[in-house]
Write a protein of this length. Sequence first.
Length: 259
Amino acid sequence: MATLQDKITSALASKDMGNEAFKQGDIHNALKQYHIAILALSGLDNQMAGVPMMSAMNPQNGQVSEEQKNVIKTNLAVVYANMAACHLKRNNYKRAIDVCNSALKNDPDNVKAKFRRGQAKSAEGNIAGAEADFLSLGENVPGVKAELEKLKKMSKEAEEKQRRTMGGFLSRGRIVTEEEELELEREKAAEAEAAAASSSSTSTKTTASTKPIPKSKPTVGSKASTKQKAKAVVKEEEYTPSTWSGTAPKIQELAEGEE
């Protein structure tokens, strides 16, 4: 009959096979081996809590030491965190978050579980959630600083996109769908084309209105009229102040000073 330690050793062997498959890029087999390890370790964990084992292993008789309990809990967290790495490779971010949560239930301080959960949240666009996970680890943990910088860039890009595409919708508490965003872009393009066409039309009209008007040649009648005006002006200029009484202003001065 297998002892508790034998069962722990078997479960850890499956975990190691999963690690090797992951290194070779065989994600399918890695998940399979991790699943076997989880079933074995979960069965042992249930047995410690007085629950019937869910795995095919026989119940364990005898007392379980605190050290063995810690080994089981710690390795459950490790295997779940390793499964998260597989799900990240497959871009299955929701499942990655789920197994990370399971890992942290068994070991709240598991660094890889927090880090990979932060990566999965970041990939889903949950910037605040990802930032909380990374900050809880501290920037001294390898990779955290780079992930935080990535989040800052994502946040800035998201803010710029909101300003550029949402406009007045945000002030009314409304979220713009992709279809509405495309419609806004089409409207902007149409307005730009209309403005360009209007500018071209105005330019053409301005050019036409600024053409010089050809001067008409003077006719015989206009020449005669001009001569008569000239004679009239001369006649007025030839006025002599012989009739000036000395008290009334000169006619010439009135003409120059009043309308």
